[in-house]
Design a protein around this ligand. Structure first.
Ligand code: OGA
Ligand code: NI
Length: 403
């Protein structure tokens, strides 16, 4: 049994925007309402709003990468012409417990709300997801230890390419447009084969358990998303052969930054190349998601994961659900870390739109593309918003003919 949640409703009292230098007023954190507007979570969430504002830091007072790695050219400044403001600015919230245990009518409403979250945002938070907090903390802490290992212990993974199963790096490109992105990352392929470095010793166990739990959650969300498209719950799963899905864990580390612009860009605007991504952070905000031409700062509810629709979602849904354009900014004195778990079809799956989702008389928006080819394409080009998707997009002439 599945059910979901609910759009979030924003109280109208204005708060000063927490973004440095922003004079705008912004709504407080969203609350979660049931369809009758009474919320089992509302009181709890509102009483937690102070905690939300304070963040839920795991406290990493020392920068694990304060070793000169970032002494290159200056980080890219966030363009000042973009409105960046807001707590969560109405980011939808999905209650996973309601999704799986709710009564039929709650579920039906929840599926509709989930569909709206995917259609309007391609981005939402999931709460009551069942992934233990101590497991999340353990995986974050272990990855922090990994970043802190001496260079020689990491050297063999530093040269790895995008299709290598374990990779450590600094920036998407070390230098893009003469500037360096303010991010270190560590990626490992964890399914169907599990790969990880030998150190830290506990990484294997912790990451294995975390990978299983987050994979189950993401696959379960995939069935609900299928329903929200008006399809059988197994349709999207089958269409992408998620039985044999491919999964990557990534840890991102954004060192403290106090450059000339005060705020630096950690990761440029992009969409994720996979199907569905789950992300949580160490209590330091910095993830921004684009909506209606504005960058919205994503501030999580306590314990929540962010869920991000990737490019394979856009392809399989024939463009009904768009992949989310997002970026990471850094700023201030605290290091930021995020843990990312992404599922995709297997590397050999040819991903194409579910034919039932063709718009009347308009054919399909995307042609089939092997996921491996898509991933290689996206990873070997400069990250440029959602430009990678064009490789699979059916180009139409003005007369409607396909190219
Ligand atoms: C990513 C990503 C954002 C963040 O790793 O693809 O978008 O907040 N990360 O670290
Ligand atoms: Ni991303």
């Amino acid at each position: 049994m599945y059910h979901v949640a609910l759009p979030c409703h924003v109280r109208r009292t204005a708060y000063p925007c927490p973004s440095p230098g922003c004079a705008k007023q912004t709504p407080p954190p969203a609350a979660v309402l049931n369809s009758d507007n009474s919320s089992p979570l509302q009181n709890r969430l509102l009483s937690l709003s102070c905690t939300i504002m304070a963040g839920t830091s795991l406290h990493h007072p020392t920068d694990p990468c304060a070793n000169g790695e970032h002494s290159g050219p200056a980080a890219v400044a966030v363009p000042s012409d973009v409105g960046t403001c807001g707590w969560d600015a109405g980011i939808p919230v999905v209650d996973y417990d309601v999704l799986v245990n709710g009564a039929a009518d709650q579920r039906a409403q929840a599926i509709r709300d989930l569909g709206r979250a995917c259609e309007d945002w391609g981005f939402f938070m999931v709460i009551n997801h069942g992934v233990p907090e101590d497991l999340k903390e353990a995986v974050m802490e272990t990855c922090r230890e990994l970043f802190s290992l001496p260079e020689e212990e990491k050297a063999e993974y530093l040269e790895a390419g995008p299709m290598d199963p374990v990779r450590i790096g600094s920036g998407f490109y070390s230098v893009v447009d003469g500037a360096r992105y303010w991010r270190d990352y560590f990626k490992m392929f964890v399914h169907p084969e599990f790969h990880c470095p030998a150190k830290p010793a506990k990484l294997r166990d912790v990451a294995t358990e975390y990978a299983v739990k987050t994979r189950d959650l993401l696959l379960s969300l995939a069935t609900a998303i299928s329903e929200s498209l008006g399809l059988d719950r197994g349709r999207v799963y089958e269409a992408m052969d998620l039985e044999s899905c491919f999964q990557i864990l990534t840890a991102n580390h954004y060192p403290p930054y106090a450059g000339p612009d005060d705020v630096g860009l950690g990761l440029p605007p992009h969409s994720d190349h996979g199907f569905l991504t789950l992300l949580f952070q160490n209590g330091v905000d910095g993830l921004q998601v684009e909506r209606d031409g504005q960058w919205v700062l994503a501030t999580p509810l306590p314990g929540a994961f962010f869920v991000i629709a990737g490019d394979q979602m856009e392809i399989v849904s024939n463009g009904r659900y768009k992949s989310s354009l997002h970026r990471a900014v850094v700023g201030g004195e605290r290091a930021r870390m995020s843990m990312v778990s992404m599922i995709s079809p297997s590397l050999d799956t040819v991903v194409e739109p579910v034919p039932e989702l063709a718009q009347d008389g308009q054919g399909l928006e995307f042609r089939g593309i092997r996921y491996r080819d898509y991933m290689e394409h996206q990873q070997s080009n400069k990250l440029n918003g959602k430009a990678a998707l064009d490789i699979a997009r059916v180009q139409r002439t003005v007369s409607g003919a396909e190219n």
